[in-house]
Design a protein around this ligand. Structure first.
Ligand SMILES: *Cc1c(COP(=O)(O)O)cnc(C)c1O
Length: 421
């Protein structure tokens, strides 16, 4: 089917949840996506942080081929070869003890929230004073199901689904005093993205994270780190919390876990896992043999190819180039991030939108989050040559925008003030 036909059919047949760009992708190779006309697009978004090894990686293709010839699904009523082996890889790399597999980020987060409630009930039954409230952070994003949404801060995602799950309070981002003031034995868990993703690639401060660890430890509440976007190597370490030297009680991974196949996981300590017994939680599809086999192939390929070392180098180089752009262009207000989870904040939402559109014209995919933030979540295999392509395109666009060379540039400049030249 042609793009126009598909657009017309989707407009009639699908729930209108997405505003898609008018591009029809049919193929991919390495760092590039390929559309129906054979045009190649440099992908700096990797399917929102999913395609960590890019497109057509031989390890992923081989794992899919081999495993699909054997078993795709068996249900969680029986054993298969994948879950324990994958859980071993993940527990070794996260410092946690036990895994629950599911199919998406939001489901992993639901599992973490349910675990926190069940664990606080267990602690109460053991005579501990521990309540049922969650402390989440302003600007957080934890997913779209009712529980996850209840801990997601932005009003635009929450309306009109009220009432949401009760018992959630929001703490101001990186405000240690507010965190301390909001904390009590009523709290069963503090919920943190070590680097806020949708919230604009904002790392929590060391002090804030450390305070959350100390507070939860003081009452027996859980510290839960959402690593769905930042985890599995994206920042140069398996989990972003490892940069802080802080070990949470629970973490969630999903996006890049199975190389593009849907797979999520909630990992927790042995102690927290005591709250769960057979029948209390589960899923039909979660942790199927195919997804597990591919996830193991992804982890092994990352390790054998020393991909995280490569990623650290590329990330450092990329961030330096973005900082140089920031020094050169007044319209850039901040550069943030770790590894290949990077952002460049623009002075206005209009300009950020314009830059994304003009990058797309040059066949480079990035996206905008939190209105003013350009987000870069490229495949881990990105090289310096790809950084150079992207940065030179950004430089051209920012130069043109600032000199009023484009239709919307004038509009942004009137609010953005003067600049060099
Ligand atoms: C994407 C994301 C989620 C939700 O994952 P889905 O697979 O879309 O349900 C949750 N938390 C964070 C930090 C995310 O980036």
């Amino acid at each position: 089917m042609k793009l126009k036909t598909i657009q017309a059919a989707e407009a009639k047949l699908l729930l209108p949840t997405y505003e898609r760009n008018p591009i029809l992708f049919v193929d991919g190779a390495g760092m590039y996506l390929i559309d129906d006309k054979g045009e190649r697009y440099l992908d700096l978004l990797s399917g929102i942080g999913v395609n960590a090894l890019g497109y057509g990686h031989p390890a992923i293709l081989q794992a899919i081929e081999r495993q699909s010839r054997k078993l795709v699904h068996v249900s969680n009523l029986y054993y298969h070869e994948g879950q324990a082996e994958l859980a071993l890889r993940l527990t070794e790399r996260t410092g946690l003890d036990r895994a629950f597999f599911c199919n998406s980020g939001t489901e992993a987060w639901e599992a973490a929230m349910k675990l926190a409630r069940a664990y606080s009930a267990l602690k109460r039954s053991e005579g501990r004073s521990l309540g049922t409230r969650f402390l989440a952070i302003e600007n957080s994003f934890h997913g779209r199901t009712m529980g996850a949404l209840s801990t997601t801060h932005k009003e635009k995602y929450r309306q009109p689904f009220q009432p949401l799950v009760p018992g959630v309070d929001f703490v101001r981002f990186n405000d240690v005093d507010h965190l301390r003031a909001s904390f009590s034995t009523e709290v069963c868990a503090i919920l943190i993205e070590p680097i806020q993703g949708e919230g604009g690639i904002r790392p929590v401060s060391q002090e804030f994270f450390a305070a959350a660890r100390e507070l939860t430890q003081s009452t027996g509440a859980l510290l839960i780190a959402d690593e769905i976007q930042s985890g599995l190597g994206r920042t140069g370490k398996w989990c972003a919390y490892q940069h802080f030297g802080i070990q949470p009680d629970v973490t969630t991974l999903a996006k890049p876990l199975a190389g593009g196949l849907p797979l999520g996981v909630m990992l927790c300590t042995q102690d927290a896992s005591r709250a769960i017994h057979p029948g209390l939680h589960g899923t039909t599809f979660g942790g199927g043999p195919l997804a597990c086999a591919v996830a193991m192939a992804v982890i092994d390929a990352i390790e054998q190819g020393e991909v995280l070392v490569h990623l650290q180098h590329t990330g450092t180089y990329f961030k330096r180039q973005l900082n140089d752009l920031g020094a050169k262009h007044q319209s850039v207000t901040e550069v943030r991030g770790l590894g290949l989870m990077l952002a460049m904040e623009m002075e206005s939402a209009e300009l950020a939108k314009q830059v994304v559109a003009r990058m797309l014209e040059r066949r480079i995919l990035i996206n905008r989050t939190s209105e003013t933030v350009l987000r870069f979540l490229p495949p881990y295999i990105m090289g310096r040559e790809h950084v150079d392509l992207a940065v030179s395109a950004l430089n051209d666009i920012l130069t043109e925008e600032s000199s009023g060379g484009h239709s919307l540039a004038g509009a942004h400049r009137t609010t953005g003030g003067s600049r060099n030249g």
